[in-house]
Design a protein around this ligand. Sequence first.
Ligand code: AHM
Ligand code: MG
Length: 291
Amino acid sequence: MSKSLNTSASESEQTVAQVIDTIAATTPDVRHAVAEYRGQSNSVNPSGDDQLAADLRADELFEQRLLDIDGVATYASEERADVETTDGRLHVAMDPLDGSSNLEPNSGMGTIFGVYSERPPTAGTNLLASGFVIYGPITSMVVARNDQVREYILEDGDKRLVDDDVTLPEEPTVFGFGGGVDSWTDDFESVAEEIRYELKLRYGGAMVADINQVLTYGGVFSYPELQSRPEGKLRHQFEGHPMAYIVESAGGRSSDGAQSLLETAPDELHSRTPLYLGNADLIDRIESTVN
Ligand code: AHM
Ligand code: MG
């Protein structure tokens, strides 16, 4: 590798580390926002979902702090129509507060992020790192980078490593499927019915927590294609790609129903995609049924 390529690679590594540390350092303020901004905002996001005041506050906090990092060129989020730009090399795409409909029943929520080498909308193959935070009984963070998945406990925004090699258990145990039986396609319903008898249901309404169940116990999470909405619910760039990168780095598989989600690119910044994530055998089986 030439000297300048080496330098740019190490600058990118440094920026990725700064992004991860900045997101960790912002989590106490996001937790505060979750408690303080519980109401509706009277606005909808670019996907047409109602926005809570906490969604907007979390988005504002991350936008300000991440664009302050020298190497970050753009900030894109589920909560804003356009990509915010400044000078830099890398690009961050986020769901600042995932599972915010869990705010009212006081259930789990999180933050999802991806760091890309190209400006979104872009393919999952351009991810350099991704991760999520869970605001549960404790605040934890899972980060995938350089083919390795690590889990941290966050204390006052500081990371404490608790697992330096998160790997999907070989024997799957849990499943979580979004959308509801009435809205599934016949193909998905048939494979879901089989899996229902093999695994234990875990579905919490926040993808961060449901994916962490899969990473912990093995299994599958899906928000599939729906009869009335073939594109499913979850956002390709902000939720699909980062989670696919984590699950694949942990030894599992991702699919949009036909191929790895990482091999695909969203048509538009806020496009949705069906997604299937988890142990490879289960994803192979679902893919061969729905495709
Ligand atoms: P959000 O980003 O607006 O919170 O929506 C995404 C969430 C996912 O975390 C979760 O898997 C899904 O929506 C739950 O949807 P549903 O309420 O249809 O089960
Ligand atoms: Mg979300």
